[in-house]
Design a protein around this ligand. Structure first.
Ligand code: UTP
Length: 287
């Protein structure tokens, strides 16, 4: 079954990035000249997604502004015969369909995903976290797990390996079996384990889930950090359905942390044809 819909939760407070996040959502801060979310939406588009459900808070109107139409700006650029910029601003939405659902209270990632239930309906769907940017020159990270979903017909969690002393920051997988291609069949997941993490495989911002998850999210109690955790609902879903995980090939940037954001700026500028030469010289000079 083709995965056509994706949920992008972007309603969090972004406390790790205060004070800017008091006025600007962390998902909208720029990497060069595009907001973080643009890179994530582009990955979804390249992975075959046609429809996106953004979970937002009341303070995040600028997300809608960026991905929607801006008639006044279009008229201004047309009047100036600025065809290049006109084409660029018309493409911010990659021709996809967007929905916006307000999460009234920031009760956690699981609660955020539950808000998309009506719009997703009874079909498998993808999730891309609104502050996790993935770069891959082989295949988009999301596409890697969408393809696996196609093979297994079961939910797949995108993971990455982290050092043991970092496991308490992530949802960690407990594999039952790992095949020759590195595909893990899971027997458990645990959110932010304080001790005895079952592995170093951390869930890292990309998921393909069956709609069964909504049944478990509806009855999910608070977990780690007092939040309704998606990981806890996935664990309960495992009593009914198989769940797989896969270490996605690519480089992940946690742009919700200051250092992850700075790394993204450096790497994306060093990859940018127009800027890379002068940026490299600038870095050499500074260092
Ligand atoms: P994070 O835990 O990184 O977001 O959630 P946060 O809570 O905003 O971050 P800090 O720790 O305070 O800095 C991952 C994604 O899930 C969204 C966030 O916006 C982010 O994109 N999220 C989180 C929601 O949409 N709703 C929530 O209740 C929590």
């Amino acid at each position: 079954m083709k995965i056509k819909k994706a949920v992008i939760p972007a309603a969090g407070w972004g406390t790790r990035f205060l004070p800017i996040t008091k006025g600007i959502p962390k998902e909208m801060i720029p990497i060069i000249d595009k907001p973080v979310l643009s890179y994530i939406v582009e990955e979804a588009h390249q992975s075959g997604i046609e429809e996106i459900v953004f979970i937002v808070s009341e303070h995040k109107e600028c997300i809608k502004t960026y991905f929607g139409e801006n008639k006044a700006l279009e008229e201004f650029l047309t009047h100036k015969n600025n065809d290049k910029d006109l084409a660029m601003i018309k493409q911010t939405g990659f021709g996809m369909k967007f929905h916006y659902v307000i999460q009234k209270e920031q009760l956690g990632l699981g609660h955020a995903i539950l808000q998309a239930k009506e719009l997703i309906g009874n079909e498998p769907f993808a999730i891309l976290l609104g502050d996790d940017v993935y770069y891959s020159d082989i295949k988009p990270a999301l596409k890697q797990i969408i393809d696996l979903f196609g093979q297994k017909n079961s939910s797949v969690l995108g993971t990455m390996e982290v050092p043991m002393d970092q496991t308490s920051k992530y949802g960690i997988c407990k594999p039952k079996h790992i095949d020759d291609e590195g595909v893990m069949e899971l027997e458990g997941v645990v959110e932010k384990p304080k001790i005895n993490a079952p592995s170093r495989y951390a869930i890292s911002g990309r998921y393909v889930l069956t709609p069964t998850i909504f049944k478990y999210l509806e009855t999910q109690n608070q977990g780690a950090q007092g939040e309704i955790q998606l990981t806890d609902a996935i664990l309960r879903m495992m009593s009914e359905e198989k769940v797989y995980a896969y270490n996605m090939i690519g480089k992940r940037y946690d742009t919700g942390s200051k250092i992850g954001y700075l790394e993204a700026i450096i790497d994306y500028t060093l990859r940018n044809e127009e800027l890379k030469e002068s940026f490299r010289n600038l870095l050499r000079e500074k260092l």
